[in-house]
Design a protein around this ligand. Structure first.
Ligand SMILES: [Zn+2]
Length: 271
């Protein structure tokens, strides 16, 4: 069985080569021996370490405007996309009150919001404090579709999302196909993604003034404006990835959107 060599063993091996060189072995042969020793030890380290640990994602779902959003099929589709990437262990829970117990977040790397909670109060103060502390402390948050309309009595949630859907102000035209443009090709979140056609709701007039880094955008016939559809922001020491796709499972089946979900969640996890 291979074991990970200790720092001491590593140093001992190198000093042994040097010692043999000093005792008459040719310097080149000693160097070669040392080189292969390092290679073998390095392989042992790689084999021992194996694949990197998967990031843990907690999808929080639930929707109070059913049947507008079938949160069960949307969260299932998202769980499958993340799980099949091989990068994540994914749990799905219904209802934001899971946030009220910090023990539920202990080993979580990314909280993934797929819910719209219309009723007030929407979340206990403890749940709100825990969500802010989670992100401020250096973890990741993903906000999707109508999730940004949640917790409307909670102003700090607007800052956390960067932009939010405000009932009566934000909107979209009829669901249909629109051209989505990649405006930030340097981000790891958009790597390998070119402009694409998306069959979805084109969210428009989201509200907020926090500095955001726009990744994707589209021209809205409804607002007559160019709208940010995917963007990031920093919050404390944490990372927020916000995309507005996902009216239904069909909208989440677009290959580019699936790639965006995987790469955006990877970025949010700090990987
Ligand atoms: Zn929708």
């Amino acid at each position: 069985m291979l074991t990970r060599p200790t720092e001491a063993a590593y140093r001992l091996d190198l000093s042994g080569s040097q010692a043999r060189a000093m005792n008459g072995e040719s310097p080149m042969r000693a160097l070669t021996r040392g080189f292969f020793s390092v290679v073998i030890l390095s392989c042992a380290v790689v084999l021992q370490a194996g694949a990197p640990a998967k990031a843990r994602v907690l999808i929080i779902t639930g929707d109070d405007v059913s049947p507008a959003h079938d949160w069960l099929s949307c969260s299932s589709a998202t769980r499958d996309v993340l799980g099949e990437s091989g990068r994540f262990d994914v749990d799905v829970v219904g209802g934001a009150e899971v946030l009220a117990n910090e023990a539920n977040l202990k080993n979580v790397d990314v909280i993934y919001l797929m819910l719209y909670n219309a009723r007030t109060p929407t979340l206990s103060d403890k749940g709100k404090d825990n969500l802010l502390a989670f992100v401020k402390g250096g973890k990741g948050l993903v906000v999707t579709h109508l999730s940004s309309a949640s917790f409307k009595e909670w102003p700090e949630f607007r800052a956390l999302c960067g932009r939010v859907w405000v009932m009566g102000t934000s909107g979209h035209g009829p669901r249909g196909v629109f051209r989505t443009v990649v405006v930030d090709k340097a981000s790891p979140i958009t790597a390998g993604i070119n402009d694409f056609q998306q069959d979805d709701e084109l969210y428009a007039r989201l509200q907020g003034d926090a500095p955001i880094r726009v990744l994707l955008q589209a021209d809205s016939d409804w607002s007559k404006q160019t709208e940010p559809l995917a963007f990031t922001l920093d919050y404390g020491r944490g990372r927020v990835f916000h995309h507005t796709f996902g009216h239904d499972a069909k909208a989440l089946s677009t290959p580019e959107v699936q790639k965006l979900i995987v790469q955006g969640t990877t970025w949010a996890a700090g990987r």
